[in-house]
Design a protein around this ligand. Structure first.
Ligand code: XIL
Length: 690
């Protein structure tokens, strides 16, 4: 049975969540174990109160019609599952419309099985004429075992045409056993509330003008902006930015013409067919309006269809040989660069040649089809081809995220050194999907390391900064943004060659991380404190304190521990143990002993959340059998060493110093840890505001 069902705005409501929300990506269950749906029809729901949890649950058993087809594919209902086949693209499949949930946080879940290595749930919506896609969750799958993918996302209040859909890494079949979209927390009913009015940004301060002496200021752009009848978005682009990166339109999944190539694999064996219809409108707009473009991206493990890597482009066959893949790679790089240059001469000034080749867990290079086929030198080869075919003067970039973490930085430097030695790379793209836990200094140090070791320039390519979880998230985000841009300006003044800073999107609601409101403008184009922060960094002003600023009461009384009362206020980190010891104290009769633990970071910690934004003075005495004891900050998942103490003498060492506790954080500790888990001893600990 095949069917295509029109949009049905129906609701299923239950007193509690019907579906067990699992954390983690994949929770294998067999099809027969799957939760049974209790769906109530739309007429029954009208009598229910808004306070009830709203759940749309589709079990594909023929009793509900909440789903519809998304894109080019066939759907057959069989044994209470939906089998999606003949998928024309990796995002083709089933979707559940959830328009009435706009302005709410939702939990979306799907119980699926597939031969695709990866299946994901994505939210899409229309936002003032632009389409946005936000990844909700993804998981690895197998064809024989059903697994649940689940995650939460906040749908912007001004969104329309909202739907959650299933997509995958490839076009193989997907079997869906159930899909659920449920409101989390209290239901914010916006069904009869019109979207906020779009603002005209033409009079806003112009970032491209303010920063003209420093670097280009860019944004990524979805093609929908170009012919959006809401011309405010183009006005925003033209007012603020002089560099554009197509958000998805120049990625292999959009440029590779699957239909033509797969219909005639022999003809296209060495050179897949290409289709630039997605990117053309952006390229031509930039050409007509004199806006420079960063080309993004040629070689990537993601958003690249897996058929590209197979013999005869047949995903059920063998992987293509190294030789064939080198040929395909060179032809692809050459054809894409040549097409853009011939049709839009001079528009693209930089290409991200390779994106995200480094592994996230310090294991060197990320596993991917490029490695499986060509091998670990694929990055070197890609840059060689790019240099050979790039138009004169077009700069070649390696682009990645988290490239300020030392381990990832080491990996990147390792595989880029030969590329730099061969003269085939011009720049490092620091994506910069960050939050305010990244210290601006750490970020600048990382840039300088690439500059020094590879002789490259720097582009910040995809900047967005999650609003922190704090009493004043948007204000704190603005304060951080100002400090970040001040650091960037200072670095540039000191000679760091930063030549472009690109934000990853025009407005919060258009962002791929919209739930974290990470950009400079609200969905209806109102400037945020984050925008003010970027402006103030260059004009020297201070961002205004909002009228609704929440003053947080804090206790800045000094923290002092000499252990003479045989008590302490700190606590263990994970599995370590503290005790009061009279074994050779530094002063008085007692000191603190930290022992045990399974990891070096299982130490002793003191909460300093109240000192957020304050400069503190610390002093303590420490001894240990370990060579080193680190005094470290734990700031929402980042662990900078405040000081590293050489304890190799085994004697007491007295340490003191100052530390500026980052602001806008909801959770902050300082802790001591020994380098090899040997016990360490503390005495006369003092922390006070300067
Ligand atoms: C993102 C886009 O913003 C989304 O629309 C898309 O669904 C996924 O990709 N690193 C990159 C960018 O290099 O290309 C990604 O862009 C974000 C992460």
């Amino acid at each position: 049975m095949k069917k295509k069902i029109p949009y049905v705005a129906a609701w299923a409501i239950s007193g509690s969540m019907l579906f067990t929300a699992c954390s983690g990506a994949s929770n294998p269950t067999s099809a027969s174990d799957a939760t049974t749906a209790i769906a109530i029809s739309a007429s029954e729901t009208e009598a229910q109160s808004d306070e009830l949890l709203l759940t749309i649950e589709e079990n594909f058993d023929g009793t509900t019609d909440f789903w519809q087809i998304n894109g080019e594919c066939e759907v057959a209902l069989q044994n209470n599952t939906a089998i999606i086949s003949d998928r024309g693209a990796s995002n083709a499949g089933i979707e559940i419309p959830c328009n009435n949930f706009r302005g709410n946080t939702i939990r979306a879940s799907a119980n699926v099985a597939s031969e695709n290595s990866n299946v994901a749930l994505t939210l899409k919506y229309n936002i003032y004429g632009n389409t946005s896609y936000v990844r909700i969750a993804e998981g690895t799958t197998s064809a024989s075992i059903f697994g649940t993918i689940t995650g939460t996302v906040t749908i912007p209040a001004n969104a329309s045409e909202c739907a959650v859909y299933v997509e995958s890494s490839d076009v193989r079949d997907i079997t869906v056993n159930s899909m659920t979209v449920a409101v989390e927390g209290n239901f914010n009913d916006l069904t009869n509330t019109p979207p906020a009015e779009l603002q005209d940004p033409s009079g806003y301060d112009s970032l491209k003008e303010l920063y003209a002496d420093y670097f280009r200021v860019g944004t990524c752009l979805p093609v929908s902006v170009i012919d959006n009848p809401n011309t405010e978005f183009l006005t925003l682009l033209n007012t603020e930015f002089n560099s554009v990166t197509p958000e998805n339109e120049l990625k292999p999944e959009n440029v590779l013409d699957a239909a033509t190539t797969l219909a005639n694999p022999e003809e296209y064996n060495e050179c897949p067919a290409l289709d630039f219809s997605a990117a053309d409108p952006i390229l031509s707009y930039c050409q007509e309006n004199g806006i420079a473009m960063r080309g993004h991206t040629l070689i990537w493990y993601s958003q690249t269809p897996s058929w590209l890597f197979y013999e005869d482009y047949d995903v059920n066959g063998e992987l293509a040989s190294r030789e064939l893949m080198l040929t395909r790679m060179e032809n692809y790089i050459d054809s894409v660069m040549s097409y853009c240059e011939e049709n839009y001469p001079g528009v693209i000034y930089a290409w991200d040649v390779v994106n995200e080749a480094a592994d996230d867990n310090g294991r060197g290079m990320r596993e991917c089809y490029w490695i499986d086929t060509i091998g670990e030198d694929y990055v070197e080869r890609a840059f060689e081809f790019a240099r050979a075919h790039a138009p004169e003067g077009v700069q070649l970039f390696y682009n990645d995220y988290n490239e300020y973490f030392t381990s990832k930085q080491n990996e990147i430097l390792d595989f880029l050194r030969p590329v730099a030695e061969a003269g085939n790379i011009d720049g490092i793209g620091m994506q910069s999907h960050i939050s305010n836990m990244i210290m601006p200094e750490t970020y600048i140090e990382a840039m300088n390391r690439y500059v020094d070791e590879l002789g490259v320039i720097i582009h910040i390519t995809e900047l967005d900064v999650n609003a922190p979880i704090s009493a004043n998230p948007l204000y704190d985000q603005g304060v951080y943004m100002q400090s970040l841009f001040e650091a960037i300006i200072e670095a540039k003044d000191n000679g760091t060659p930063i030549e472009c800073v690109t934000f990853w999107g025009l407005t919060d609601d258009m962002s791929w991380r919209s739930s974290n409101t990470p950009l400079l403008f609200t969905g209806n184009i109102e400037p945020k404190p984050a925008f003010e922060g970027v402006v103030c960094a260059i004009t020297g002003g201070e961002i205004a304190t909002p009228d609704d600023y929440v003053v947080v009461e804090v206790d800045l009384s000094p923290i002092s521990e000499d252990y003479e009362d045989e008590e302490y206020i700190g606590s263990p980190r994970y599995s370590s143990t503290q005790s009061i010891s009279d074994d050779n104290p530094y002063s008085g009769d007692y000191c603190l002993e930290n022992s045990g633990g399974n990891e070096t970071y299982d130490g002793y910690c003191i909460d300093v959340t109240d000192f957020a934004g304050v400069s503190i003075h610390y002093s303590f005495a420490v001894r240990s059998d370990a060579d080193m004891v680190n005094f470290t900050a734990d700031i929402e998942g980042s662990w900078p060493h405040i000081t590293e103490v050489d304890t190799s003498s085994g004697e007491w060492v007295v340490v003191e110093g100052d530390y500026l506790v980052p602001s806008g954080l909801s959770y902050l500790q300082v802790y001591w840890e020994s380098s090899d888990m040997s016990p360490f001893y503390l005495d006369d600990v003092s922390i006070e505001a300067n």
